[in-house]
Write a protein that binds this ligand. Sequence first.
Ligand code: ADP
Ligand code: MG
Length: 393
Amino acid sequence: MASAFPAVPPKSTVSSILVALRIRPLTTKESKESTIAVIKPISKTSLSVTDFSDAQDVLRQDRPREKTYDFDCVFSETASQVNVFEGTTKGLVDFVLQGFNTTVFAYGATGAGKTYTMLGTQENPGVMPLTLEHLFSQIGKSTRAQTTNGPNAVTQSFKVTLSYLEIYNENIRDLLSGRPDYLELWEDRLRGSVVAGIERVEAKTAADVLEWLEKGNLNRTQEATGANEASSRSHAVLQIFVAKRTCNKKGQYTEQSGKLSMIDLAGSERAADTKNRGMRMIEGASINRSLLALGNCINALTEEGSNGKYVNYRDSKLTRLLKDSLGGNCKTVMIANISPTSSNFEETLNTLKYASRARAIKNKVIQQAPIPIPKPLSLTSVASKSKLIAQKS
Ligand code: ADP
Ligand code: MG
């Protein structure tokens, strides 16, 4: 399936967030039980949901039992990981290489398929590994292409670095260093949202990134809850920074940086649903605070195009971190995950509503302009001097 984003970003553009909906297949346990399918994909962009929320209404047949929802893409139970990747994040890679900030996040209740979609398995790698493979393959292609252009050609080199963090109870922890202390979040005028003191490592291949991811995942906070025995109650944020340095025929250097954030959000179910008290209650409230703030920002951005409403990023750590990834300088993909069964009906409906709200966002896309640099410095020191220049739309 072709991505809804064009392969090459236009010079100046107003684009919307891409919202995809993925229905997971029944688990082995579910297929043994007599569960009723409440979700039916109708086309590549729409699905219908049968409302079981009020049995009396259904019996009286006095309101439509089926409701239709439209998204940019709907992936049915049979969609492969490659189908999902090609329809969502594949189109983001060229944007990152051209100096745009891009984000993909998986939303949904615990057990709806977020981690499967993002990380996948050894046999069926998900959106993260597939996107990274594509990123490094595009970097390789671009590097190989220029060496055949002769000694006077414009030359380009890329450096990829990454950080991996989790937000748990509104605290940020570095998953790469594994240090238990909480990190501060700063807003840098030039660099956007910056996590102070976070470890940033270099990766030369997609396999390097996955190795770091695996190490980082060992440090994730996982707790047993009533909803899922080892459900993750934290938001996991992988950020990939791509710095592209270009040298023209006159020997002048410029540099552009793009950022790709990939986020496996915590389960969106309400604290009350997981029969939790005490610490689990606090977790539920913190998770909801971030998801609520994310929803509010998305909603305000949706309205921003029409009435310039103020977007409040400050309400949660997640939205503060994503400030430069949801608004102007960004392309965003939301993959909302749902279960097909009646037992998860309420959560499914909440996810459908949340995802529908996100569809109307119109972002003004800002590309980081190439910055002249005097001579080749270390890429990290150059990155700190970077400057975002808004394109005229
Ligand atoms: P979440 O991260 O949202 O809590 P998971 O990704 O862990 O949910 O998915 C719950 C279960 O369903 C896991 O056993 C996972 O392997 C399985 N699953 C989810 N989505 C799919 C899919 N598209 N195809 C096959 N199995 C899936
Ligand atoms: Mg998960």
